[in-house]
Design a protein around this ligand. Structure first.
Ligand SMILES: Cc1ncc(COP(=O)(O)O)c(C=O)c1O
Length: 264
């Protein structure tokens, strides 16, 4: 019988052979994690500073989270939203009071959450702000990363994320990140703006930290122009920048907050 040596190369070859080549990972094969540590398949230990781009801020395999997961999995794994369940309302109360928002809508991925924020902006624009049907526009920043759906890649400035995925979804205006004059100009010129979608710190175009006051001024301009300020804190939220939210550094609130919570 042939003995297969399941080393780093073995697992990398498997992914290369059978998985879509949509990512270019570093050549380390994670096998298990505990708190801040990760071990690879050859037993080498690492600090995990990336923590799945913030999806495991709490550390790997936190015992309380694993326990809750196991208890719930043995009781009820899934229920349709056609019914109520004994967990959702209490979770919604907890999370909205933690962040000071009226309502929450849980999603499976960040991209879905961004899509939902775009839909809320547009619906609000037509039903409350009075923008004519199909004319609403959303301002986004060059260098953004908000996910990989067809609508979101339509307003990406990264050719790898965008090229050859057209036809693209209309209704987005790109401006330079951290350029308050550019935002002011579009808001002054265009009466059909529904929202301004921004990462408080851009995460994929490098780590782009805005100038002091940029976010507060952007929020003020949005208020003055009756435009929703939408903060994508998927990468910056839950204390990744030293405060609960990155926008807390400027003492502002978003009209819509997009957040990544707990994954095991
Ligand atoms: C700022 C930001 N927005 C949106 C997303 C998309 O999240 P997901 O990969 O869960 O769709 C990411 C993912 O890294 C992100 O960093």
């Amino acid at each position: 019988m042939q003995v297969i040596n399941k080393d780093t190369r073995y697992y990398i070859q498997k992914e290369n052979a059978f998985g879509a080549h949509n990512y270019h990972p570093m050549p380390i094969v994670f096998d298990r994690g505990k708190g801040v540590y990760i071990w690879d398949v050859e037993g080498r230990q690492y600090y995990d500073f990336l923590s799945a781009y913030s999806a495991v801020n709490q550390g790997h395999c936190h015992p309380r989270i694993v326990k809750a997961l196991m208890e719930q999995a043995q009781k009820l794994t899934l229920s349709s939203r056609a019914f109520y369940n004994s967990q959702l309302g209490e979770y919604e109360e907890f999370i909205t009071s933690l962040f000071g928002f009226d309502k929450v809508l849980p999603m499976n991925t960040g991209a879905e959450a961004v899509e939902t924020a775009i839909k809320i902006c547009r619906k609000w624009a037509y039903e409350k702000k009075g923008i004519e049907e199909d004319q609403a526009e959303i301002i986004v920043c060059r260098g953004n990363f908000h996910g990989r759906t067809t609508t979101i890649c339509s307003f990406s400035s990264n050719p790898n994320a965008r090229n050859n995925f057209g036809p693209y979804t209309p209704g987005f205006i790109s401006i330079d990140y951290n350029d308050i004059d550019a935002l002011n100009e579009v808001l002054n010129e265009n009466r059909n703006i529904a929202g301004f979608l921004v990462e408080p710190i851009q995460g994929e175009a490098g780590v782009n930290v805005p100038s002091d006051g940029y976010l507060a001024k952007a929020k003020m301009l949005c208020e003055q122009n009756n435009v929703l300020f939408v903060a994508d804190e998927i990468q910056t939220g839950i204390a990744r920048t030293g405060k609960m939210l990155a926008i807390d550094h400027e003492g502002i609130c978003a009209d819509i907050l997009i957040l990544s919570l707990i994954h095991i």
